[in-house]
Design a protein around this ligand. Structure first.
Ligand SMILES: C[S@@+](CC[C@H](N)C(=O)[O-])C[C@H]1O[C@@H](n2cnc3c(N)ncnc32)[C@H](O)[C@@H]1O
Length: 368
């Protein structure tokens, strides 16, 4: 499987689209806002560029895509107002893999620009938006041309499925039953990919440039810990159930692996320090419930309904993320059935345990 060709979130604005099923990711973006505020404020208070270049890496398509860059623009405009400075021209780059639905982003831009104009008063500061298709595990921009990089919930995706993991039978990701060589192969792929990422970004950033990166990650030192692997283990359960009923081939399940690695804060720090181009300003871990709509409930029927809806929401969120990968390996015909089963398995699990994603955010400044 060529990840660069196959990986993308479900496009458009339909029922199974990423645009309609990315509330968890939106919640994470709002939870990490103070870290971005601090980074852009530091950046703009130490230098006053007349042109500010912002790039969002792994932007996908939907309401989250323009959220962070709009926030950056508003923060800088407000600082300028306070200081009596002329605001910079903003150049914004939206990056994702070529299969991403860039058309939906482009269609939303006039609305986004209009909203920014209203929120900032007067004519709004000049903003220029551009799409950049390509992998962030390679150069995307000219040398020393970007002021700030942002990425949320994208860097856990690897450039490829690690090699040498044929023994990961019955699993589709790292799991407690994965052989140690599988865990090692996943970790090595993460190390290779993230160090390439850091090197490329350090070449593209201007002096004093910054990055704020949020990973879907884990707290534990154990890479197969439930906090990061369980969501995929439940999907493996649905696929294995279908294999045992002869609906899909067992060897097809055995040869399917998710190209992801959910790192711990210390693994991220270790790569940053090894690569050497960045200083670490701040690193933080947060949690978000699998079901972003969850709230306090009183039990009884309300609890039952919430669990059922929770199962549906989580399954839809994972479908928006994983459907293209599954379709490329198993074909289109089984998808509805996989996610019907997954929804029930997830709802059952949510009734019994605390189910949270762990987010690791790191704020970096290019070393002088
Ligand atoms: C879960 S989405 C996150 C989207 C958005 N940042 C958000 O927070 O809602 C992850 C995105 O990363 C993109 N992605 C994964 N690997 C990538 C790579 N190597 N280069 C560029 N984008 C990548 C995927 O295509 C996907 O759109």
């Amino acid at each position: 499987m060529e990840v660069v060709q196959v990986l993308h979130m479900n496009g458009g604005v339909g029922e199974a689209s990423y645009a309609n099923n990315s509330i968890v990711q939106k919640k994470v973006i709002s939870m990490t806002k103070p870290i971005r505020e601090e980074a852009i404020t530091k950046l703009y208070s130490t230098s006053f560029p007349t042109k500010l270049v912002i790039a969002d890496l792994g932007c996908s398509s939907g309401p989250n895509t323009t959220l962070v860059v709009s926030e950056f623009i508003k923060i800088v405009s407000n600082i300028c107002k306070k200081l009596g400075n002329q605001p910079p021209e903003f150049q914004v780059f939206f990056n994702d893999l070529p299969g991403n639905d860039f058309n939906t982003i482009f269609r939303s831009l006039p609305r986004v620009q209009e909203k920014l104009r209203k929120q900032m008063g007067c004519g709004g500061d000049p903003c220029f938006f551009t799409g950049v298709p390509g992998s962030f595990y390679g150069r995307l921009f000219p040398s020393k041309s970007v002021n700030i990089f942002h990425s949320s919930y994208s860097l856990q995706w690897l450039s490829k499925v690690p090699e040498g993991i044929e023994s990961n039978k019955g699993n589709i990701y790292m799991a407690c039953t994965s052989p140690p060589c599988v865990l090692k192969a996943y970790y090595q792929q993460f190390q290779t990919d993230f160090s390439v990422f850091l090197k490329c970004r350090s070449e593209e950033l201007v002096a004093g440039g910054r990055m704020v990166l949020t990973f879907l990650g884990r707290r534990s030192d154990d890479p197969s810990s439930k906090e990061c692997c369980y969501i995929w283990e439940l999907l493996a359960m649905a696929l294995n159930e279908m294999a045992s009923e002869g609906i899909i081939e067992e060897k097809k399940v055995d040869s399917f692996n998710i190209p992801q690695y959910t790192p711990s804060p210390s693994e991220i720090k270790c790569e940053v320090m090894k690569e050497g181009s960045f200083g670490i300003d701040r690193i933080e871990v947060t949690e978000v419930n699998w079901n972003a709509y969850s709230n306090e409930f009183n039990g009884g029927d309300a609890l039952q309904l919430q669990l059922q809806e929770g199962g549906y929401n989580v399954a839809q969120c994972m479908r928006a993320v994983a459907e293209p990968l599954l379709v490329s390996h198993f074909g289109e015909a089984i998808i509805d059935e996989v996610f019907n089963r997954y929804r029930k398995i997830v709802a059952d699990c949510m009734a019994k345990e605390k189910t949270e994603f762990v987010n690791v955010t790191i704020s970096l400044a290019k070393a002088g």
